[in-house]
Design a protein around this ligand. Structure first.
Ligand code: DGP
Length: 122
């Protein structure tokens, strides 16, 4: 599977500083910021700085340093946002069936209210 990265996607523009964001955490290889349209009291997006379309692309192609940094960044955001006590959900949408809107890998961290069942029938 070849992954074609579009560097005009909105998160690439955020990474280049062309669009503002509300940053929660920045590390060497990752950026976490608040979702523009939050669906829960806590709704943070965590993205790698590298040009990866989706999670499987990242998991196959990223360096060990990027994967370590990204995984630790997600852990740090969870701790900073205090999501562990009442629980939370992480979502990484991919492609058309996954209804991925922005083609740059992002994990959603959602918390702060009961989130319902994982999936609904379309
Ligand atoms: P997804 O469907 O998984 O690709 O979700 C994309 C998310 O990105 C969606 O929850 C809204 C968010 N989003 C879209 N544009 C912007 C933006 O310009 N800034 C921020 N902070 N979030 C955005």
């Amino acid at each position: 599977m070849a992954y074609a990265y579009d560097d005009q996607n909105i998160f690439a523009k955020i990474l280049r500083g062309e669009i503002p964001n509300t940053t929660v955490l920045e590390t060497d290889h990752s950026l976490a910021f608040r979702d523009l349209h939050p669906q829960a009291p806590v709704h943070v997006l965590v993205i790698p700085k590298g040009p990866y379309v989706c999670y499987d692309h990242f998991a196959q192609m990223a360096s060990d340093a990027e994967i370590l940094d990204y995984t630790r960044a997600i852990g740090r955001v969870c701790a900073m946002e205090g999501v562990a006590g009442d629980g939370f959900r992480m979502i990484a949408n991919a492609g058309a069936n996954g209804v991925q809107e922005v083609p740059h890998l992002h994990v959603h961290i959602l918390a702060g209210r009961p989130l319902g069942r994982m999936l609904q029938r379309a």
